[in-house]
Design a protein around this ligand. Structure first.
Ligand SMILES: C[S@@+](CC[C@H](N)C(=O)[O-])C[C@H]1O[C@@H](n2cnc3c(N)ncnc32)[C@H](O)[C@@H]1O
Length: 211
């Protein structure tokens, strides 16, 4: 309980830090954190479609279904999901909604959940979602924990999507998302279905749950 409260306060403070301090903090935390990253086997990459952007990827993902966004911040990408995928249910999960911009995210299909992403997503029925979009804790441990909690909640044929599929953010320092996503996909044998370009190298990838 105390650990969770401290983590919540730390995350809240981090999103409010002035940018230079935020960068220095991220870099300091990542010092000495170097890991080899094995690749993905050819058969998990063979049918991947390359998209021009994460918005273009949304246009290819299922429509009218059930979607979760883990980590929503101001709600900017939630707006894109809503407009492009027209979900019957859009579940947003975040530990902090103080900067959330709710003006057009008030429909009955949008449900906000306050809490840690891995804990909230674990509470949904298995095979519930058409896709889960992971964009919360970008450390290896946090992202891998979210992937393991979310994977059983994705229906067969549905997708687990990772934002910021990168080792490093050009402004904020080291990320664990690339390693977490590839470790997850290799172990679960979920093929990469979509790879979305992003100019700063902060790509999105979608892995498809086998039928
Ligand atoms: C990068 S922002 C999300 C941006 C949003 N997906 C978009 O593209 O517009 C990350 C968000 O995740 C939240 N977050 C980070 N770690 C979390 C965790 N373990 N549980 C819940 N929320 C978390 C932060 O509060 C922040 O609002």
């Amino acid at each position: 309980m105390l650990r969770e409260t401290l983590k919540r306060l730390e995350m809240r403070a981090r999103t409010r830090m002035p940018e230079p301090i935020r960068r220095a903090y991220r870099l300091a935390r990542s010092l000495g954190d170097a890991h080899p990253v094995p690749g993905l086997p050819e058969e998990l990459l063979a049918d991947c479609t390359f998209c021009a952007s994460r918005e273009a990827m949304l246009d290819r993902l299922p429509k009218g279904g059930r979607i979760a966004e883990l980590g929503t911040y101001r709600g900017d990408f939630a707006r894109q999901i809503l407009a492009r995928c027209r979900p019957a249910e859009l579940h947003l999960v975040d530990i902090d909604y103080s900067l959330f911009d709710a003006w057009d995210l008030t429909g009955s299909e949008v449900v906000r959940h306050l809490g840690f992403t891995h804990q909230v997503v674990a509470g949904f029925p298995d095979a519930h979602f058409d896709f889960v979009y992971i964009d919360a804790d970008h450390s290896y441990e946090g992202c891998h924990r979210d992937a393991l909690a979310a994977a059983p909640k994705v229906r067969p044929g549905g997708y687990l999507v990772f934002n910021d599929f990168a080792h490093i953010d050009p402004w904020l320092g080291r990320y664990g998302v690339h390693r977490a996503a590839t470790d997850f996909a290799r172990a679960a044998a979920w093929p990469m279905a979509f790879f979305a370009f992003q100019p700063a190298g902060l790509y999105d990838v979608a892995f498809q749950r086998p039928e």
